[in-house]
Write a protein that binds this ligand. Structure first.
Ligand code: G6P
Length: 611
């Protein structure tokens, strides 16, 4: 988390820094700051709150300069405040540093430097690094060597950018565990946590690897390892457009991203369904097909919404590919010394491709000899690059902190992977493959019919907007959808919500049911339908208020449910893709009606690059 942006060139840096920071706010938004160099003078301004607060106190005419760095923070060490905001400045006032990550041994460094007379102003881990750089500069004389020497003493993760008034023609950047890219322009260079911050200025980017450091000047960039070995880097082209990261007339990114789903589902599917053969084509898995065919077990690890997608994937793969699947939170997987056998294949699902726990799980599994495959959205992200193969979901940039379109695209990709493995293993017939393939191609239209008229969902949102608890129930493929629906509501409306397997309700949550408890039930016509109807009866008998997600042709549901949201029917395996749409909308409308900031919910960040 935290967003980093920097500029060196011939133009005024500040407007580009502020613009870049606004685009990076999904990474954190509790405080922001900039450092600008002009004629050898360093000016730093920082402010608690969103980037607009910083903007108010940095009038363009007083902050001109062709070199600058900016930061938007998600607090880890030290509360959100002006003092704890980045940039942090060295005691001699010459060096400014911005940082994304955690310096784990900061306390040891701090104590040592304090004994040497350094004064600390903030409660952050980052400040230890800027003073350490100042100290190293006394030894090395130049900024680049000082940064390298300092980084060799820190444990933890970092993406950093450093400027100094004593060497006012460069920005030093480095990464270990936190994403950082260099943007290459015409007599100008950029640095950013993510291409979204700079894509309107340049599409030429260089992905910095862990353990690399780069020196950016107006006309060139040089990359080395922190052990001072030169590295030649390749320049890549960013393919998305600026329009994709704009709101395009929608009130919120989240709503835009929900509404985009017919198109994003189409993009995830495009060219990948082989209808005649009842199969799928995924070029990123071509080289690992043998591995997949022989896999004795598939492990899926992920966090948050991506983990919910993984749970649906487990149901799909076990039903059709007949391979045992385990789904585990990446944060648990990495620390419990998991048993990995040589024929295990690990899928990492991550929208951002940068989530620290998921990345650590990838490295842990790789070290233990497993084959690791990524399912990512962000092209060129660390997980995508460190995987041995994988599939991009092609959902386009997702800015709203609560994931929506990435989830449905992850499910599309998991169903394509299921087709591929099941057909390869001979556990799915060509007819079954054709039916699923055809339905995959029908999904955009089916999703569109839900999005066409959201008035019923808005009405339900109005009725329940003041409720303080919600229960979400589903069975089989739709149990993970219940979890995802509850997560969406919690994340953006701050209403407590729990997702449960419908039958498991009897073992606890049923005690909570009374006339005030709304219960959202996935009641579409799949193999568990009759059982779900019985669960609805159990809720009704205790006066709970049922909001049912049901199929268009289901007439009996009206006599049981207080509210019915109709969705088109599809095959069981793909029903989560359809059924989650009304849950995303319900969470969205409730949050808006409660006056919550849906795109930037409190305490959350989109890309969690700390443990
Ligand atoms: C954060 C986001 C979630 C996301 C999760 C995993 O918690 O707020 O929306 O699902 O991280 O992120 P990833 O990028 O790995 O899918």
């Amino acid at each position: 988390m935290c967003g980093i942006v920097g500029y060196i060139g011939t133009k005024n840096a500040l407007p580009m820094l502020l613009d870049g920071l606004k685009r990076l706010e999904y990474r954190g938004y509790d405080s922001a700051g900039v450092a600008i160099l002009r004629d050898g003078t360093l000016t730093v301004q920082k402010k608690v709150g969103k980037v607009v607060e910083l903007e108010k106190i940095t009038p363009e005419k007083s902050f001109t300069g062709h070199i600058g760095i900016g930061h938007t923070r998600w607090a880890t060490h030290g509360e959100p405040s002006d003092i704890n905001a980045h940039p942090h400045v060295s005691n001699d006032g010459s060096i400014a540093l911005i940082h994304n990550g955690i310096i784990e041994n900061y306390q040891v460094i701090r104590t040592k430097l304090e004994k040497q007379g350094y004064i600390f102003k903030s409660a952050t881990d980052t400040e230890a690094l800027v003073h350490l750089i100042e100290e190293m500069k006394k030894v090395s004389g130049d900024l680049e060597t000082a940064v390298r020497l300092a980084l060799r003493q820190v444990d933890g993760t970092y993406g950093i950018a450093v400027v100094s008034s004593k060497e006012p023609d460069k920005i030093i950047v480095a990464r270990k565990g936190s994403p950082l890219i260099i943007g290459v322009g015409d007599h100008e260079h950029f640095v950013a946590s993510d291409a979204a911050a700079i894509v309107q200025y340049t599409r030429q980017v260089v992905y910095l690897e862990d353990g690399e450091i780069a020196v950016l000047t107006k006309d060139k960039f040089e990359t080395k390892t922190i052990d001072n070995v030169e590295k030649i880097k390749q320049i890549h082209e960013v393919t998305f457009d600026i329009e994709e990261i704009e709101k395009s007339g929608f009130d919120h990114f989240m709503l835009k991203e929900i509404m985009e789903q017919p198109e994003t589902i189409r993009n995830s599917t495009r060219g990948r369904v082989l209808l005649d053969e009842g199969n799928a084509k995924l070029s990123g898995l071509r080289d690992v097909m043998l591995l997949l065919e022989n896999a004795q077990r598939i492990v899926i690890t992920a966090c948050g919404t991506s983990w919910h997608a993984g749970l649906v994937g487990e149901y799909m793969l076990e039903q059709y590919a007949k391979v045992p699947v385990e789904v585990e939170y990446a944060s648990e997987f990495r620390y419990r010394n998991p048993i990995i056998k040589p024929n295990d294949v690990l899928f990492l699902i991550s929208q951002s491709g940068e989530t620290a726990d998921t990345l650590a799980a990838l490295r842990e599994a790789k070290n233990k000899g497993a084959s690791v495959l990524g399912i990512c959205n962000v092209v060129g992200s660390t997980i995508a690059r460190e995987s041995q193969g994988g599939v991009y979901i092609h959902a386009g940039p997702e800015i709203g902190v609560a994931s929506t379109k990435a989830f449905t695209s992850q499910l599309i990709v998991l169903s394509l992977i299921t087709l591929l493995i099941a057909r390869q293993r001979g556990t799915m017939t060509i007819e079954q493959g054709r039916i699923i393939g055809k339905e995959l191609l029908n999904l955009p239209d089916k999703v569109q019919t839900i999005l066409k008229d959201t008035s019923e969902i808005e009405k339900i949102a109005e009725e329940f907007k003041e409720t303080s608890n919600f229960l979400y129930l589903g069975r089989g493929y739709n149990f993970p959808v219940a979890l995802e629906g509850a997560l969406k509501l919690k994340e953006i409306s701050y209403i407590h919500a729990e997702g449960y397997p419908a039958a498991e309700m009897k073992h606890g949550p049923i005690a909570l049911i009374d006339k005030n408890m709304p219960v959202v039930v996935m009641a579409t016509k799949d193999s568990t339908y009759d059982k779900v109807i019985s669960n609805i009866q159990e809720v009704k008998a205790r006066k709970g208020r049922i909001i049912a997600i049901a199929n268009d042709d289901d007439d009996q549901i009206h006599s049981l449910a207080d509210h019915v949201i109709k969705v088109p029917q599809t095959v069981d395996m793909l029903s989560p893709i359809v059924n989650v749409i009304p849950l995303q909308l319900l969470a969205y409308f409730i949050a808006v009606k409660r006056g919550c900031n849906v795109d930037q919910p409190r305490n959350l960040a989109k890309s969690v690059t700390v443990e």
